[in-house]
Design a protein around this ligand. Structure first.
Ligand code: F0G
Length: 476
């Protein structure tokens, strides 16, 4: 659906290189993805608007959240003063955002915290956080007169782009590593009518191909290297703070793959701070799967004091992981494109970048499930990481923590089923056959039970389950 933006948008917006010492500036409608001078990452920069007074914004956003106007119903376009579009822009929206913030008592107990909240971005229209960025990227694509939108993907970006392209009437091509995308995600892209193009290779190979493709003027690249994706995704920080009644959580924890999400949240929090809507930054922590953790490795060897003294000493190279491995296929990425923005954001906030094992991810996912909140494996890196940080004292028991869940539980039902039946193992997929399989034990497993078709047999089974207490303290 296309809607008109109401008046009063950002005036002087540009695309700007983030590399210290370059900061080259480009037009807001230039179809570029990296700095034309140094090849560095771009971000959208808007000159401060004196009309953007903190109290006024707060009031306006609260009012819009209760309004039926289609743009106000979108949890992204509701914050349109801070997006680089003017009032006449036809917006491509599926009413994204508006995702819940839940209390999660069992997950809190499991991680050793008094309280824990989960911001569930899997409740977006296509089931992942990508929709908050895609509404903006596809709106820009349509404005530029694009014929075809493309992306490389581990599945969620693809599903999201396919849906928004369909709404906009644009051709969509998604480039996927063959055999490495969950059935559910692939099914979405097929259903939304995209050209589903499978390559032999991994996500990083697909990413290289789409960057080549993007040189063609009829094509628009919708991966998170595109700063318009980040603009949309930054609004998650606005919605989260609004839900927290503008009280800043001490810690916000996100999974890390291609690093767009953490970059976007960092930008969102930074803008709220500049506008005076918050008075400090939450610590932003990024959690990667052990077998696909290039940024966590770089972070572990970083001289943070040196970087704080001199921002230009930030590394300008990352060593890719050649053969990334994880059952959390969404974040099976060895060469993340947005690592510089993400690292800058984490360092500014005083956060950490850490890794968790396959076993820790799987158990954390099941515990989140016991809170009645399903998520996909990549999202559960957050709880696993929080547990680790609480155990090491990085996060204090009484600190406020929000974990950002990025995808819906139904995105990867095979994983869930294998975990609960005790048959989940790393090394089972096509490209990993030569590896010895690593079996994941299901500490919280909950397989279906076969029972006789009688009242007594069923009641007896329920009594037995009631008496059994699971390791998280929850009843079976
Ligand atoms: N969680 C989920 C469910 C994801 O799909 C992704 C990324 C991430 C976390 C990591 O976010 O890349 O911004 O650091 N999925 C991409 C895709 C790569 O193609 O769907 P990130």
């Amino acid at each position: 659906m296309r809607e008109r933006v109401t008046p009063a948008s950002v005036q002087a917006a540009v695309q700007r290189c983030i590399v210290p010492g370059c900061h080259s500036v480009f037009g807001i409608r230039d179809r570029i993805y990296v700095c034309l001078r140094c090849g560095g990452p771009l971000e959208i920069h808007c000159a401060p608007d004196p009309q953007n007074n903190a109290n006024l914004l707060r009031k306006q956003w609260e009012a819009r959240a209760a309004c039926a106007n289609p743009l106000d119903r979108s949890g992204v376009w509701r914050y349109r003063q801070l997006l680089p579009f003017d009032a006449s822009t036809p917006v491509v929206t599926l009413f994204e955002g508006n995702t819940p913030l839940y209390d999660a008592p069992r997950s809190a107990e499991y991680s050793g915290l008094a309280l824990l909240r989960l911001k569930h971005l899997g409740c977006n229209p296509t089931g992942s956080f990508k929709d908050t960025g895609m509404t903006v990227a596809v709106t820009q694509a349509a404005l530029l007169g694009t014929r075809t939108v493309v992306c490389a993907s581990t599945g969620n970006t693809a599903a999201s782009l396919a849906a928004y392209a369909a709404r906009a009437g644009l051709q969509c091509a998604i480039i996927l590593p063959r055999g490495q995308i969950t059935t559910a995600k692939l099914a979405q892209s097929m259903d939304y009518g995209a050209a589903v193009l499978e390559i032999d290779g991994n996500f990083d190979d697909a990413m290289r191909v789409v960057r080549d493709l993007a040189a063609d003027p009829s094509i628009y690249l919708a991966n998170s290297i595109n700063p318009f994706r980040i603009e949309g995704q930054k609004t998650v920080a606005f919605e989260l703070l609004q839900q927290c009644a503008w009280r800043v959580p001490d810690n916000v924890v996100v999974p890390g793959g291609n690093m767009g999400n953490s970059s976007a949240l960092a930008k969102g929090f930074d803008e709220l701070l500049s506008l005076g809507l918050i008075d400090r930054l939450p610590k932003l922590h990024v959690v990667q799967a052990e077998g696909a953790a290039p940024l966590a490795h770089l972070f572990a060897h970083l001289d943070q004091d040196q970087v704080h003294r001199d921002a230009s000493s930030l590394p300008n190279r990352i060593t890719p992981v050649e053969h990334p491995q994880t059952l959390a296929t969404a974040i099976k990425i060895g060469a993340p494109v947005s690592w510089q923005k993400s690292l800058r954001g984490v360092l500014q906030s005083g956060g950490q970048i850490l890794t968790v094992s396959e076993q820790e991810i799987a158990d954390a996912k099941a515990v989140i499930g016991r809170d009645g909140i399903g998520c996909e494996p990549a999202s559960a890196t957050t709880l696993a990481g929080i547990r680790k940080m609480a155990a090491s004292g990085t996060i204090g028991r009484g600190e406020s923590v929000v974990a950002v869940l990025t995808g819906h539980v139904l995105k990867d039902p095979d994983y869930v089923s294998h975990y609960h039946r005790g048959s989940l193992s790393l090394g089972a997929s096509d490209d990993e056959k030569e590896q010895a399989a690593q079996t994941i034990s299901g500490a919280f497993c909950n397989p279906p039970e076969r029972v006789a078709a009688t009242k007594d047999a069923i009641l007896e089974t329920l009594d037995r389950r009631q008496r059994r207490t699971s390791p998280s303290g929850t009843k079976g």
